[in-house]
Design a protein around this ligand. Structure first.
Ligand code: AMP
Ligand code: MG
Length: 329
């Protein structure tokens, strides 16, 4: 009887100890979409996970990469294919939503203008303004229809490009993949677009927004850190990718209304949303719209929150919507 009691006590102690044992944290690093990715997950180590995550990301690139001439989007843009897959249908629907929400500022047919101004793979055209009107003729997401799984462009010169939403979409897909594997507590970061799920051993995940500095080299400081759980954040900024002429900064983000690079005083917009794809698209759209109009839209949509960094009288200033997480540092 005594040995049974001892055995029972040891069993109880082991049980209590395992209740308090922290589950281990693992990191998977890699490269995708011209940037880094970092996946942090809690639980059993899984040595196959990196290959599986790479495979999820490769599938996305094979659908949306405009740099891969054999990708689905490249074939669509060349007029070789009209039938699209599930991911394409999803990104198309999310893009329509973001396009409408941002008064058309988020514009997935903007690529010919990105190229005209030299932000694509080719140098800027001489006298770019001369070509604006003719190119604007075939820019406009309303000129493309998706009927079930078939893309119908109204003009064969239209080029689709989901660069400004694809990273966020990939963050959501990798998160869904991890959750399907039972990893409910994870943090997925692709080039600064982040989704936090569950918790880090009972604590919320901590995320930082990098504050930009004046020079092109970056020298970014993670200055604004906050806690996040079951929510995503995406940032669009013109502090690293821009051209300067006569002291004016031209952003790589193009205003579809006039076809020109934005000259606004906004340096970056970070959008918080349940899903990262929509956060990514809205962040790009808000960069075009500017802070005032974006805040008007955000006031009508409390399901989104945002943090703006802007340049005012030679100083950085920030503005956060009321529902944006408070500083934890
Ligand atoms: P992001 O870093 O998510 O803001 O995406 C920037 C990329 O989106 C640029 O490099 C362009 O390829 C593309 N882009 C530029 N202007 C727009 C726009 N108005 N709407 C959608 N995509 C754009
Ligand atoms: Mg974006």
């Amino acid at each position: 009887m005594k040995s049974f009691k001892l055995f029972f006590l040891a069993f109880l102690l082991l049980g209590l100890m395992s209740c308090h044992r922290k589950e281990s944290l693992h990191i998977v690093d890699g490269l995708t979409m011209g940037t880094y990715y970092r996946v942090t997950y809690i639980g059993e180590n899984n040595s196959q996970l990196k290959d599986e995550i790479d495979s999820v990301l490769n599938d996305i690139c094979h659908t949306f990469s405009v740099f891969d001439t054999n990708s689905l989007i490249s074939k669509i843009n060349k007029g070789e294919v009209a039938i699209v897959n599930d991911d394409f249908q999803k990104i198309f629907a999310l893009s329509k939503e973001a396009h409408q929400l941002t008064d058309g500022a988020f514009e997935p047919t903007i690529a010919p203008l990105v190229n005209l101004w030299g932000f694509g793979r080719t140098p800027a055209a001489q006298d770019a303004t001369l070509y604006l009107d003719s190119i604007l003729d075939f820019v406009g997401f309303d000129k493309v229809i998706l009927k079930e799984d078939t893309i119908i462009p109204s003009d064969l010169r239209i080029i689709l490009d989901f660069n400004a939403i694809a990273k966020g979409f990939a963050v959501d897909k990798v998160t869904e993949f991890l959750q399907a594997k039972g990893y409910d507590n994870c943090l997925v970061d692709i080039g600064g677009e982040v989704k936090a799920s569950g918790s880090k051993n009972g604590e919320p995940w901590r995320v930082g927004i990098q504050e930009p500095t004046q020079d092109k080299s970056g020298a970014l400081v993670a200055d604004y850190t906050f806690n996040m759980s079951d929510v995503a954040i995406a940032t669009s900024g013109n502090y690293r990718n821009y051209k300067e002429e006569n002291g004016v900064r031209y952003s790589h983000i193009i205003n579809p209304k006039n076809g020109c690079p934005e000259k606004s005083n906004l340096l970056s917009v970070s959008v918080l949303a349940k899903d990262c794809a929509i956060a990514d698209a809205l962040a790009t759209g808000f960069m075009v719209l500017g802070m005032d109009r974006s805040v008007e839209i955000l006031n009508q949509h409390p399901e989104y929150a945002a943090h703006f960094i802007y340049w005012d009288n030679n100083n950085y200033k920030t503005y956060s919507t009321k529902n944006f997480p408070k500083r934890a540092n």
